[in-house]
Each structure stands twice: as structure tokens, then as C-alpha cells.
Design a protein around this ligand. Structure first.
Ligand SMILES: C[S@@+](CC[C@H](N)C(=O)[O-])C[C@H]1O[C@@H](n2cnc3c(N)ncnc32)[C@H](O)[C@@H]1O
Length: 443
């Protein structure tokens, strides 16, 4: 056996979906593709000072709930990580991951069972594909984990049937229109990505072409052909994004249809512009919205601050039972959509501010009774969190997509006198290691 190959036993699952094992020296190994209790032959892929990353190359003793993955690209494309595991067990593993992150931050609190997704395949409301030239042909695919390599696919098990029909058809159309595919290494070309957004409640479908360049000369003709092939496509948009690090950013023009899609919940209608953030699983976001709203325990008198408010997802519901809601959002497009959504839903007691949360908190003097926080993966900036604490909101509902940064911020909030009442994970991203977690805190 080579120096970089070892047989190890997996102790537990940790953040990032890694199976944790220890080498004879005691050094921690974070193993991709291995589950607790398994005995695996691993190959070390990145050796660091205090720990190493490894990949499972052979499963010697398998977890009893392993199953054959329903997708032929599993293990090659970087999108899914737990697809070879029974769904109920995935939920249990995610609970363990959240518990592990909290324990590492010395937070001793019960973690509730993970709220399941009623649909564990075909649930994604947004699929981001990368265009690539493969053996002289245009293909669409997904990027591998930690790499710029693209794995061409003919479809995706997490995407809806309609999204898959587009994925199956588009490469031929792009070729027929002679669209110049962008080469990420040489930084030459035009079309970088195709993004498909599907609003499940209204069945509206938006196709987005993301280019490096400002122009997409074939844009209008492409859109016409695509819309005539699939009469149910409701919008086609061209996004101009010169930055390679993010997929959906930059100015856009509508090539066909309205240029927004609409998602409906029990009491709300949301208009979603092409480049704005929106929750990626309709079924689970419905449950998340109900949970966040009820956790605030509103009586009609409260002033509520909704930080990282996006297009006003939580604000609209909160406005039903609060005296006033202030949403803070840095993206201009999302901010404008939140104003439109307040109008559509007749939520007159809302106010939206187009600012970075950090700057808003520095300047803000207003007191709030309750706060909803839904930051990106990095969590809250420490200074901003302390500024927030100085406003003494009685309740904080923290929505997080990254357990380690949630744990770090909860530790700070606990230190500032808050009690963690509940920690409830939601399975927003079945088949992947990602998990959404809501923590409810009170003063
Ligand atoms: C996880 S999303 C949540 C959006 C919204 N709460 C929802 O549920 O749809 C995070 C949002 O924070 C915004 N954002 C990121 N960094 C920000 C910052 N420093 N200040 C304000 N908003 C920020 C992003 O544009 C995005 O809309």
C-alpha cells in the first residue's frame, strides 16, 4: 500500500459531509465519500499540518443504510454527496453534523430532528450549469468539487422534469447558433453559464444565459427558438457578468417574457428577478417560513428587523403580525424586488434599506423587539453582531446555511446573555451535505 493510502475507521460525520477518522499518529483525516462506522481504504488528497483530506477509494465495511445512487454522475459531478445513502439516514447524519459543530463551539443544546423535504429529488428551484466545449461539441455540466473541471451532463436528478428537458435540448441549439462557449482557463469566449429557475407553485420557468461579454449577438434568435420549442418557458434572460467567481451577477436584459418569475406561498406572492437570491427548495422553504414566523411570537406590537432580507421572503410574512418590519439587503436588485413585493402583497408596514448590514448597524439608532438574521455562509461579522446585541432585541431568529459559522455566532450571542431556546435543522438540500438550521434565541 502506498504512503498516501490507509485503511481507517470512520468515527463520525462532520461539517462539509466528511467522515472523520484518525491515523495511527492521531492526526485527523477528513474523508470524502465515507460514513460513520465504515471501514474504508482511503487515498490522502491534501496533507495539512494538523489534519489531512482523503477520498474513500474502497469501502471495506459499508454502512448498513448505503444504497445504489439513482444518478449516473454521482461521485463524478460535485453536486451531490449523500445520494448513496438512504434518505432517512441522510436526515440523521445532518442532525449529527449540526450537533458536532455546536459541540465544537462548546454549546450544549438539544438539536431537534431535521425537517424533511417532502420531495428529495427534483426539488431544486434553480440549477446552475456551466457551458463547456467537450470533444468538439457544446455541452452543459456541473463543476467538480474544489476544481474548475466541468462534468458534462444530460440531466440532473435534483432538477425538475422541465429543467431537464431544457438541459437535454439546449446544447444542440447553442451549437446550431454557433454560440462561442467561454473558456475559463484561457479567459476567452462568451457564454459561461445557463441557469434554469423553476417556480414550483406557479410552474413558471426562466432560462438565463450568462455571458462574460456584454453582447450575445444570437440572444434574441436563440430565445425565439427556445420559446417556440417549449411553450411553457415563461422568461428568457441574458445576464452580463464579467466576474468568474460568481455565477449570477451583473446587469441583464430580457430576451423573452416578463423577466421575473413568481412563487406563491400561503399568504404571499413573491416576484423573483433573474439574479436575486431565493430559497432553493420550495417545499422546505414553506416550512421554514412558517417556523421563522411562529418562532418570533408576534403580537402585533413588535418592531422587527430582518437582516439580509433578500427579496423580502421573511419580511412579507412577518409584516402580517408585526407593527413594523425593516429589511436590510445589500443587493440593489433584491432590494428593489422587496419594494415590489411589499406593494404586491400590500404590506404597508414594511421598510427596506439598500445597505450592507454592517454599515446599517453602525448607523442605526432605532430599537427592535425582534430580529431575523439570514446571512451568507460566512455568518455575521463580529462587530456587527455586537452592535446588534447592544439594541437588546428580546428575540433573535438566526437562519443559517453553514453550521460552523452559526455555532461561532451562537457562542457570541450566548456570551452576550441570550438563551438558545431551539435549534431546528431543515433539509433544504437533500442528497447534498448542506443543511439549513434555525436557532431561536431570547433575552
Ligand atoms: C441567504 S440569503 C437570504 C435572503 C432572504 N432572507 C431569503 O430568505 O430569501 C442572504 C442575502 O444577504 C444578502 N447579503 C449578503 N451580504 C450582505 C451584507 N453584508 N449586507 C446585507 N445583505 C447582504 C445577499 O444579497 C442575499 O440576498
Amino acid at each position: 500500500m502506498g504512503e498516501d493510502r490507509k485503511i481507517v475507521e470512520i468515527e463520525k460525520i462532520v461539517s462539509g459531509g466528511y467522515g472523520l477518522a484518525r491515523m495511527e499518529s492521531g492526526k485527523v483525516l477528513l474523508v470524502e465519500g465515507a460514513y460513520p462506522g465504515e471501514k474504508v481504504l482511503v487515498k490522502v488528497t491534501r496533507d495539512k499540518k494538523d489534519f489531512a483530506f482523503a477520498k474513500a477509494v474502497e469501502i471495506i465495511k459499508a454502512h448498513p443504510k448505503r444504497k445504489a445512487p439513482p444518478c449516473r454522475y454521482f461521485g463524478v459531478c460535485g453536486g451531490c454527496h449523500f445520494m448513496d445513502m438512504d434518505y432517512e439516514e441522510q436526515l440523521r447524519l445532518k442532525k449529527e453534523m449540526v450537533m458536532d459543530s455546536l459541540k465544537r463551539a462548546s454549546i450544549d443544546v438539544e438539536v431537534e430532528d431535521v425537517e424533511r423535504s417532502d420531495q428529495d429529488l427534483q426539488y431544486r428551484s434553480k440549477v446552475e450549469l456551466t457551458a463547456v466545449m467537450h470533444k468538439g461539441k457544446v455541452e452543459l455540466g456541473f463543476k467538480k468539487r474544489y476544481s474548475h473541471d466541468v462534468v458534462p451532463v444530460k440531466g440532473c436528478k435534483l432538477a425538475s422534469d422541465k429543467a431537464n428537458r431544457i438541459i437535454g435540448f439546449l446544447p444542440k441549439l447553442l451549437e446550431a447558433f454557433d454560440v462561442w462557449v467561454y473558456d475559463f482557463r484561457r479567459k476567452k469566449g462568451m457564454l459561461k453559464h445557463v441557469v434554469i429557475r423553476h417556480a414550483f407553485s406557479t410552474d413558471q420557468v426562466m432560462v438565463i444565459f450568462v455571458t462574460k461579454t456584454e453582447s450575445l449577438p444570437q440572444g434574441k434568435a436563440l430565445a425565439k427558438k427556445l420559446a417556440s420549442k417549449f411553450g411553457w418557458v415563461t422568461s428568457i434572460v441574458h445576464v452580463m457578468n464579467s466576474k468568474d467567481s460568481v455565477v449570477l451577477r451583473g446587469p441583464y436584459r430580457t430576451l423573452y417574457g416578463e423577466g421575473v418569475i413568481t412563487e406563491e406561498y400561503d399568504w404571499e406572492t413573491y416576484q423573483i428577478p433573474p439574479t436575486a437570491f431565493f430559497q432553493s427548495n420550495y417545499y422546505v422553504s414553506k416550512k421554514l417560513l412558517d417556523f421563522v414566523y411562529s418562532s418570533l411570537q408576534l403580537t402585533g406590537k413588535e418592531r422587527v428587523l430582518d437582516l439580509y432580507s433578500g427579496i423580502g421572503f421573511f419580511s412579507m410574512r412577518i409584516a402580517l403580525s408585526a407593527k413594523k418590519v425593516v429589511g436590510v439587503e445589500s443587493s440593489r436588485i433584491s432590494y428593489k424586488a422587496s419594494l415590489a413585493n411589499a406593494n404586491i402583497n400590500q404590506r404597508k408596514n414594511t421598510k427596506f434599506v439598500n445597505m450592507e448590514v454592517e454599515d446599517f448597524l453602525k448607523e442605526n439608532e432605532e430599537k427592535f423587539d425582534a430580529v431575523v438574521l439570514d446571512p451568507p455562509r460566512g455568518g455575521m461579522d463580529r462587530q456587527a453582531l455586537m452592535k446588534l446585541v447592544s439594541l437588546h432585541p428580546r428575540r433573535i431568529v438566526y437562519v443559517s446555511c453553514n453550521p460552523p459559522t452559526l455555532a461561532r455566532d451562537l457562542k457570541a450571542l450566548k456570551g452576550a446573555g441570550y438563551t438558545i431556546e431551539r435549534v431546528k435543522p431543515f433539509d433544504m438540500f437533500p442528497q447534498t451535505f448542506h443543511v439549513e438550521t434555525v436557532a431561536v434565541l431570547s433575552l
